[in-house]
Each structure stands twice: as C-alpha cells, then as structure tokens.
Design a protein. Structure first.
Length: 72
C-alpha cells in the first residue's frame, strides 16, 4: 500500500521559536533554511538529511517515500 507523501511541513526555528508552514521540495532535500523570524541559517542536526527532518513536523518527501535523500 502506497502512502501519500505530505508536501507541507511547519518548521520551527530552534533559535527563536518562529514557526513557518512551507511546501517542501519533492525531488531533493533542503540542507539550508533561512528562518523567517530571526534570519538564522538552519542546518540539519547530525544524522538528519535535511532541515525538515530536523526541525519540521513532517519528514521530507524523499524520506517519507522510503528513498535516499539528496541535498540540493
């Protein structure tokens, strides 16, 4: 059974707590993210492939689909 991939995720900045709901890239992982609240540049935590896997409420689409992640 194929599960639908969720394309949106709310990312929470660890520096200021600002939350932003964004559409994630579907073909690659996002390695850098500029916080819309404080301007901090977020990078994935050690062991995570992208910022959505580290700070988002939903993992990135490639991970949801069971694929390997590729940074963009």
């Amino acid at each position: 059974m194929n599960r639908a991939v969720i394309a949106e995720s709310t990312i929470t900045c660890p520096a200021c707590g600002h939350q932003s709901k964004d559409v994630m890239p579907t073909e690659a992982c996002q390695f850098l993210y500029d916080c819309k609240g404080c301007g901090a540049v977020l990078k994935p935590k050690h062991g995570d492939c992208c910022v959505y896997c580290s700070y988002g409420e939903v993992k990135c689409p490639p991970i949801q689909a069971g694929a390997m992640c590729q940074s963009q």
